[in-house]
Design a protein around this ligand. Structure first.
Ligand code: 1GP
Length: 255
């Protein structure tokens, strides 16, 4: 399943992954929204929330799958965010932090659930980058982010991830961040590792998205901005900016 996203990325020069927060969408709206995002040119959907009170994950993922043939990947906030209705899961290790809970303990709890759900794990090095104090992800994870002006720290973490056999590096500024991951940091990491790079957090406009893609992001993740503006216009603009060929609209959906 992850190969479909990488394949879309190769063909289109970048992959657009809208992030849907299962806490902020009604299951009844999810199928139609997934269909609109596919129509607009998304290459896959991520589903996740850094903090949940409710338990809508199965319902929302099942509804999304009804509306689209795109791969749906979980972007878990904790070990229990697993749904058998998804196609896969970013099996995250918060490598930029030194909190054993998010480096390995949650993964040990989650692995049997992922196996049981029979979904594809994508081993992912999750690197928080940013100067914003008090983002939810920093508070919840109890870790400090990599300073945005220190690309060499991000580069070393990404290379360690590659040497440890991970399949993806995720450079995360935090949902709703006031500034996205700086293009210069993305460029430096891109030049240092061969792993695919996902970038997310604070990407609001087509200009932000194309800056990330031009700096070397393979997968560009947008959550907050799309949530605040569900009109498909923004999704289309983002898709065109992320695809080097400017394409929107549907891609072949064979698995
Ligand atoms: C957050 O990287 C994602 O984990 C997306 O961030 O919500 O700011 O787009 P935004």
């Amino acid at each position: 399943m992850f190969h479909r996203i990488l394949e879309a990325c190769r063909r289109r020069g970048g992959a657009f992954l809208p992030l849907i927060d299962q806490e902020r969408i009604a299951p009844a709206e999810a199928a139609a929204w997934a269909a609109e995002l596919e129509e607009a040119g998304a290459d896959g959907l991520l589903v996740g929330s850094s903090f949940t009170l409710g338990d809508h994950l199965d319902e929302v993922v099942a509804a999304l799958k009804k509306g689209t043939s795109l791969p749906v990947l979980l972007f878990p906030g904790n070990a229990h965010h697993v749904s058998r209705y998804a196609d896969g899961i970013l099996f995250l290790s918060l490598l930029s932090g030194r909190n054993p809970l998010y480096l390995v303990e949650e993964q040990v709890r989650s692995a049997p659930l992922v196996r049981e759900a029979m979904i594809e794990p994508v081993p992912t090095a999750y690197l928080l980058v940013g100067a914003d104090a008090g983002r939810t992800v920093h508070f919840v994870s109890g870790t400090s982010p990599i300073p945005p002006g220190r690309p060499e720290i991000a580069m070393a973490h990404a290379l360690a991830a590659q040497y440890m056999g991970m399949k993806l590096v995720y450079l995360e500024a935090g949902s709703g961040a006031s500034s996205a991951v700086p293009p210069e940091l993305i460029r430096r990491v891109r030049g240092y590792v061969t792993l695919p790079i996902a970038v997310g957090g604070g990407i609001r406009t087509a200009r932000d998205a194309s800056a990330a893609r031009e700096a070397g992001a393979d997968l560009v993740v947008v959550g907050d901005a799309l949530e605040k503006n569900r009109a498909a216009g923004l999704a289309k603009e983002l898709a065109a900016a992320i695809h080097a060929d400017g394409a929107t609209g549907e891609i072949s959906s064979e698995r």
